[in-house]
Design a protein around this ligand. Structure first.
Ligand SMILES: *Cc1c(COP(=O)(O)O)cnc(C)c1O
Length: 378
């Protein structure tokens, strides 16, 4: 009989203590967006990343929004952002009324190209508009070229917001992704390497920034017996229930990284010798959590397009997805400035994310590989 079980791109994968933590939250009636699991989860993140301060929030998007507010980005300002990313990296720039300026990727890491970044800064300076922040992303868990990006940022004295939403468990030069930016963002959405069902965090080595984030995330209440506000606040804190799930997930994070890296090795072994198929590559400094394994399909040599592969997989009940469509090609950002060439566009045209969950069985990966073999001219 044909095995037609649905294979997902990246589905939640619970460990054994998440439910116990939820039970404990119920038993002690800590259900609100404060409580011992929230504090504990923040300590877990600090310990894991080595970044001294963390605020657990309702989403990665909320964390990015607060990072921009805390950096003092105001209407009319410009913010540089990697173009090849999920829209959640760029949308908060618009929430604060400022203007995104998009930057192309480099070929190996698929992340922000340091040369295009510098060109963008120089050009914006020429028109009298110095960008106020740089949002760099570690796509699919692959670390961006942080040494070059941080030195460009330092040269022009522009703070970096590190969008590490996809990169918890990745390292660059031996340091955790999420430990490079003035502030860094994590996501625990359902499809990420670990999940709290929905959630995020802001990390920083600046205590004041994180205190401010907690203040703004709980409606900016001044110290007073009544409710008093001298600033606009937000409802962005993580609940004690979600944080309980997060604490359980932190216990298995190392395993999850190992499982996802193993998926990648399986795909690499299968397609390494195939002309027309290539991968997002690590260098001597970078180690990816391989949140998603993706392939680039060169239609000239592979004998098929990434869309042929996607449709063949879908016909077998297997979910796959094209790479993120670059922001500078999105209708909603069509009037935003863009610097670079066509690297991100080519990646989008030819790239496909393959099933990458840490709960995939060997036979699931085998099914994926066989469907792709069927598409290739081998
Ligand atoms: C998931 C994601 C976000 C947003 O995180 P949410 O928790 O879903 O709001 C931001 N940036 C990138 C690159 C992401 O993948």
């Amino acid at each position: 009989m044909m095995n037609n079980k649905k294979i997902w791109l990246s589905s939640p994968h619970m460990g054994s203590t998440e439910l116990l933590n939820i039970q404990e939250a119920f038993n002690t009636n800590w259900i609100s967006p404060m409580g011992p699991h929230v504090d504990g989860f923040e300590s877990d993140l600090v310990e894991f990343t080595g970044v001294p301060y963390a605020a657990a929030l309702s989403s990665g998007t909320a964390a990015l929004h607060l990072a921009l507010i805390i950096l003092g980005i105001t209407p009319g300002d410009e913010v540089l952002c990697q173009s090849l990313t999920f829209s959640a990296s760029a949308n908060p720039i618009v929430y604060v009324g400022s203007k995104p300026v998009f930057v192309d990727s480099e070929k190996d890491s698929w992340n922000m190209c340091p040369e295009s970044l510098e060109k963008a800064i120089v050009e914006r300076l020429k028109v009298g508009s110095k960008p106020k922040a740089i949002i760099v992303v570690h796509l699919y868990g692959m670390p961006a070229n942080m040494s070059d990006i941080m030195s460009v940022a330092a040269k022009y004295e522009i703070p970096v917001i590190e969008d590490a939403a996809e990169a918890l468990g990745s390292t660059y030069n031996g340091k955790a992704c999420g430990s490079f930016g003035t502030m860094s963002v994590l996501s625990f959405n359902g499809n990420k390497i670990i999940t709290t069902s929905g959630g995020g965090a802001l990390l920083s080595d600046n205590d004041g920034h994180i205190k401010k984030a907690r203040f703004l995330a709980t409606q900016a209440r001044d110290e007073a017996p009544h409710y008093q506000h001298s600033q606009i606040g937000y409802n962005y804190r993580m609940s004690n229930i979600c944080a309980g799930i997060g604490r359980g997930q932190m216990e298995v994070l190392h395993q999850r990284v190992a499982q996802r890296r193993k998926n990648f090795e399986r795909y690499k072994d299968a397609f390494n010798t195939i002309k027309g198929i290539s991968f997002q590559t690590e260098n001597v400094l970078s180690r990816s959590n391989r949140w998603l394994s993706a392939v680039l399909v060169d239609p000239k040599t592979a004998g098929c397009t990434r869309e042929d592969i996607r449709l063949a997989l879908a016909a077998q009940n297997i979910e796959s997805r094209p790479l993120w469509k670059p922001m500078h090609l999105q209708p909603v950002f069509q009037h935003s400035p863009y610097y670079g060439g066509n690297v991100s566009e080519e990646l989008f045209n030819n790239g496909l994310c393959l099933p990458s969950g840490s709960n995939l069985e060997d036979e699931d990966l085998e099914r994926v590989v066989n469907v792709i073999y069927g598409c290739l001219s081998v």
